[in-house]
Design a protein around this ligand. Structure first.
Ligand code: ZN
Length: 249
């Protein structure tokens, strides 16, 4: 059975057809719904209540850091205090789209890491064109389990991340024809530290690249990892299920 450690099924695009998306997930044993705002979080609650395969992650996204006020931290804290979320994320730094408010991004990131530390919740990390700052903040502040979502770093960055005892989650790009980095990561990262994800509705894996992505397509990520490692698919899937379960243990 497959694991999707990162999907946005409560964002408008997928939520509009959620029954079908969930119906299509018959070969998945677990999926984490990533929520980037309160509306997506409130949509996720009844989905998880009905279906124990789901976990919920919520956090303030780095790109939204300028809008985050004390009130935002309070509503997130209320969800933590009532045990409604399983993971804090996706949080992190993104200098790709806008690097004009790096200090604000760092402040929002650190504050949420501290909230996760206090509640002993894992964190799901979004790190784009900000590797150095992101890793140094994590090394200094993070005390809970770390998932690097849609990992796209070099082997040297992989080594540094593994030293932090983190999990490396691979998405659609590992299946793309020009994806040398992700392919190297899939080969080099020990299987007991790997996770699979879709980041749906984005980045649909081959052979469906360009389609709207959804959790069922995570199978192509797992199949590619098995192929690259020269391992049996069932064995790869079983280990990824074990890895994923250990994050919430
Ligand atoms: Zn995401």
């Amino acid at each position: 059975m497959y694991i999707d450690s990162h999907c946005h099924i409560t964002c408008d695009d997928l939520y509009n057809r959620k029954e079908e998306v969930i119906q299509n997930m018959q070969e998945l044993s677990g999926a984490m719904i990533m929520c980037t705002n309160q509306e997506e979080f409130l949509r996720a609650l009844p989905i998880k209540e009905k279906d124990a395969r789901f976990k919920i992650a919520w956090g303030w996204f780095p790109g939204d850091a300028k809008e985050i006020s004390e009130n935002h931290y309070q509503i997130l804290q209320a969800a933590i205090d009532t045990n409604q979320i399983d993971c804090l994320g996706e949080i992190g730094l993104d200098y790709h789209w806008d690097d004009t408010f790096k200090d604000t991004q760092k402040e929002v990131f650190i504050r949420q890491i501290e909230m996760a530390n206090q509640a002993n919740l894992p964190i799901s990390i979004h790190m784009r064109d900000a590797t150095k700052d992101c890793l140094s903040i994590l090394k200094e502040h993070a005390k809970t389990k770390i998932i690097f979502h849609c990992f796209s770093g070099s082997l040297e960055i992989l080594r540094q991340c593994l030293e932090m005892d983190s999990f490396i989650s691979l998405a659609g790009p590992v299946t793309f024809k020009n994806a040398r980095k992700a392919v190297n990561i899939a080969k080099e990262c020990p299987l007991d530290r790997l996770l699979t994800e879709t980041d749906s509705p984005y980045m649909c894996p081959e052979p469906f690249r360009g389609h709207q992505n959804e959790p069922m397509y995570v199978q192509y990520v797992a199949k590619k990892i098995a192929e690259l490692k020269g391992m049996d698919l069932a064995e790869v899937c079983k280990q990824i299920e074990t890895n994923y379960a250990s994050i919430f243990a």
